[in-house]
Design a protein around this ligand. Structure first.
Ligand SMILES: N[C@@H](CCC[C@H](N)C(=O)O)C(=O)O
Length: 287
């Protein structure tokens, strides 16, 4: 493929958490993007604009259908992204004609299956609760982190392959995430930074399912309308604190995800996927 050729891209989103998806199997250039190129593509004025850039790649072996690389808008490469995993799974299912696929990520192999038109369920793997796995920079109880910034204190730390700190508050709408997010994301207790969630427990449904309102400040992306791994981490944190049953609706700014913490500790996430448009990336953004 010539370096001066345009590159096809697909713009997708899960509940408004938006992605530029590039296919490194048909053109190797996306496999060699440096952080500055990622930032240029993610730029909402001079680039295409996205919260995360996703590169589809050939899997390492035949245990997976596709591999995905995940980059935050700030150029950092990360191991997990729930909403993008649903999008990539949907693409892989569409491509293969099957209704279940395995996605290879840096956080492990994730099983995904179709739950109807544009609805996908992903087994996001086991929630990781040990301080070393978050990671934190000292041996502390992940159920009660001695951390407070502004009106927020005493979060639960959970890794879903990426680090999350979940703060339970009376009214999550009242929290100025833009003000507290940066300090929390960069707090020294998180050596790899962290995604920050604020969550309020709502009355359970008549069927006994939990309901949790959650807002997010994402590491490397800032406020986004939805975070799949954040929703998983929040449900796990709420269940660990005895605030929610292990199955709940997570009500995010962009819509609702259904999350279940299964008896084997894996977390099942179900939610929608959507394509906004497709296009051709100018080679200037790649060089
Ligand atoms: N939006 C994602 C999470 C993307 C990565 C995250 N910002 C991180 O740095 O770990 C999701 O849907 O899970």
């Amino acid at each position: 493929m010539s370096d001066s050729a345009t590159l096809p891209f697909r713009k997708m989103h899960g509940l408004g958490n938006d992605f530029v998806v590039l296919d490194g199997r048909i053109d190797p250039r996306p496999l060699a993007l440096d952080p500055a190129r990622v930032r240029a593509i993610a730029d909402r004025r001079a680039g295409i604009g996205c919260d995360q850039l996703i590169v589809i790649a050939t899997p390492s072996d035949n245990t997976a259908d596709v591999r995905m690389l995940i980059f935050n808008a700030d150029g950092s490469e990360v191991a997990a992204c729930g909403n993008a995993t649903r999008c990539v799974a949907w693409l892989a299912m569409t491509e293969s004609g099957r209704d279940s696929v395995v996605i290879e990520t840096r956080a492990g192999l994730l099983d995904a299956e179709s739950r109807g038109t544009s609805l996908v369920a992903v087994d996001m793997g086991a929630a990781r609760l040990d301080w070393r796995e978050i990671p934190l920079n000292e041996a502390v109880d992940t159920l009660h982190l001695g951390l407070s910034v502004g009106p927020l204190s005493d979060p639960v730390a959970v890794s879903m392959g990426n680090p999350h700190a979940v703060f339970f508050v009376e009214d999550s709408e009242a929290i100025d995430l833009a003000a507290v997010g940066p300090d929390l994301e960069h707090h020294p207790i998180f050596p790899e930074r962290a995604n920050i969630e604020v969550a309020s427990i709502l009355p359970t449904t008549e069927a006994g399912r939990g309901r949790i309102r959650m807002r997010v400040w994402e590491r490397g992306a800032g406020i986004t309308p939805a975070c799949g791994t954040g929703a998983c981490a929040t449900l796990v944190a709420a269940a660990r604190r005895g605030l929610s049953p292990r199955r709940a609706e997570l009500i995010l700014d962009g819509g609702t995800l259904e999350i279940e913490w299964l008896p084997d500790d894996h977390v099942l996430m179900t939610g929608p996927v959507a394509t906004s448009f497709t296009g051709l990336l100018d080679p200037a953004l790649l060089s």
